[in-house]
Design a protein around this ligand. Structure first.
Ligand code: BMA
Length: 379
């Protein structure tokens, strides 16, 4: 009798050690206190890579070409009777306590759309075109010294903290009806290898950028106790692996490796663009595999999609074969008065590439919202 109790005890200990080992090897997000749903999201997205690619669209539920704020509508929903698997939103102007973001989307509506996505089993990613704390102008003001001005001890650091407090309050309010925080792929300081935002590479040293990133993550995680965020590192185009990693703050500060890059109709044309993108994704997916991170093409597109076969003849040849978690196309503003041109990246019924998008929709690798529920990505 005693012997068998002993045996059971030993078995239990051996089994526990085995489980601990499994746990140690399991893929984890950087926040050790991440909520269960956030940890699960990371693990599930990580495991899905190489099998499925989620299709994403910025501001999809808020407006599209020729409409605004119609319940249940999105431009791709009108076309394929399905919605994106991942929704992008931007919280630019939250730092000013504005009631609408920089493109006019009311933050109260944004919260509803985010909850709607979560309830449908889809994923949410948030970027932040925050204004320049140094000058008070918008994100595109690249006045020299802006990046340095927000670092600890510098002139605009306290102001920057008040902006982070407002951001944190918004993020903290993203909950489902039971009060569960909705996990967010947070993508601050995007396109950092560009030269058009105050946080881009032309406007500060690599060390300054890393300090800014680390301060921001630590502040949200430790000071504001937000534990429902996955952090997305995002460059614009880059020359090589060393360039991609030049401002990388370290494996303890990043969950997702990604880039943004658009096609411009004139140049480069289809083949050069595909080849260029594949060279970039070679690097990102290789690094993500080495570092056990998630990889993504966080923004891409061809404005107003004049190419009738863009989805199957350009986007798919770019994505094919890569272990990528998602690809997201930018917002469908429609006609932009200020620029006197159409500004949209997803098709709608009657649009030049609409038929081709329907074909792309049927691609077995691409994931849209309807299939997300069954994947239980948060469990
Ligand atoms: C840009 C354009 C702008 C917009 C900004 C933030 O690429 O779409 O019109 O204000 O993104 O969404």
């Amino acid at each position: 009798m005693r012997n068998s109790i002993m045996k059971n005890k030993i078995l239990l200990i051996v089994y526990s050690i085995f489980l601990m080992g499994l746990h140690a090897n399991a893929q984890r997000c950087i926040d050790e206190k991440a909520t269960l749903q956030t940890q699960n999201l990371f693990k599930n997205l990580y495991a899905l890579q190489g099998k499925k690619i989620m299709f994403g669209h910025q501001d999809a539920l808020a407006y599209g070409v020729g409409w605004k704020y119609e319940e249940g509508r999105s431009d791709i929903q009108s076309l394929v009777k399905d919605n994106p698997a991942i929704y992008g939103w931007d919280v630019g102007l939250i730092e000013w306590d504005s009631s609408r973001n920089l493109d006019g989307v009311p933050f109260t509506k944004m919260k509803q759309y985010i909850r709607q996505a979560y309830d449908a089993g889809a994923v949410v990613t948030i970027s932040w075109h925050l204004r320049n704390p140094y000058t008070g102008n918008n994100a595109w003001d690249t006045t020299h010294g802006s990046m340095a001005s927000v670092l600890p001890g510098a002139a605009k650091h306290e102001l920057y903290k008040t902006w982070l407090n407002r951001l944190a309050a918004f993020l903290n309010d993203l909950k489902d009806e039971k009060g569960t925080r909705i996990p967010i792929l947070f993508r601050p300081y995007h396109e950092l290898t560009g030269n058009w935002f105050w946080w881009c590479q032309n406007n500060g040293s690599a060390d300054e950028f890393k300090t800014l990133w680390k301060f921001t993550v630590d502040y949200l995680k430790n000071e504001k106790q937000l534990h429902h965020l996955l952090y997305v590192y995002n460059t614009a185009e880059f020359n090589n692996e060393a360039h991609f990693l030049e401002r990388y703050p370290g494996d303890d500060y990043v969950d997702v490796l990604s880039m943004d890059k658009y096609q411009f109709a004139e140049k480069p044309m289809r083949q050069p663009f595909i080849q260029f993108m594949r060279r970039q994704l070679d690097i990102i997916t290789r690094l993500a595999a080495q570092k056990k991170k998630i990889a993504a093409l966080a923004e891409t597109g061809l404005e107003a999609i004049p190419d009738k076969h863009w989805w199957t003849k350009t986007l798919w040849p770019i994505l094919q074969g890569y272990a990528l978690s998602y690809v997201l196309v930018w917002r469908n503003e429609g006609y932009m008065l200020s620029l006197k041109k159409m500004h949209y990246y997803a098709p709608y019924p009657g649009q030049a590439s609409a038929k081709d998008f329907k074909k792309f929709y049927k691609n077995k690798t691409m994931l849209f919202q309807k299939k997300m529920r069954a994947l239980n990505i948060y469990q």
